[in-house]
Design a protein around this ligand. Structure first.
Ligand SMILES: [Zn+2]
Length: 101
C-alpha cells in the first residue's frame, strides 16, 4: 500500500531536504525526482523553509534571471517563478533553484 501517490508529505519533505542538502534543484527537477506536481513542490518548499529555520538551516533560493537582459529577481519573495521580466517584458526566464545550507 505504499505507492508513490500515497507517500506521506513528511516523507517527501524529508527526501526533498536530503536532495537539497546535497545539490541545487529547480522545482521541475524536484517534481520529476519525487513524483509530485510542481504546485505540490512549492507547497512543500514553503513548509521546509519554516522547518529548516527551526533547526538552524536555511532554504537558499537562487533567484530567477532574465535570459534576455540579465535582470535578477532578487526581491521576489514568492517561490514560484515569475512569468515575465519587469524590465524588458520578455518571458525567457531562468527559473529559480533551491538548495539547503
Ligand atoms: Zn529582461
Amino acid at each position: 500500500m505504499t505507492s508513490l501517490r500515497t507517500t506521506s508529505s513528511q516523507t517527501i519533505r524529508k527526501q526533498m531536504i536530503e536532495l537539497l542538502t546535497n545539490g541545487r534543484y529547480g522545482a521541475r527537477d524536484l517534481s520529476q525526482e519525487l513524483h509530485q506536481s510542481e504546485n505540490e513542490i512549492y507547497s512543500h518548499l514553503r513548509h521546509i523553509e519554516r522547518t529548516l529555520k527551526a533547526s538552524g538551516q536555511q532554504l537558499v533560493i537562487e533567484p530567477s534571471l532574465c535570459l534576455n537582459c540579465g535582470f535578477l529577481f532578487t526581491n521576489r519573495k514568492r517561490l514560484n517563478p515569475p512569468s515575465r521580466c519587469p524590465r524588458c517584458k520578455k518571458t525567457r526566464i531562468r527559473r529559480p533553484r533551491y538548495t539547503v545550507r
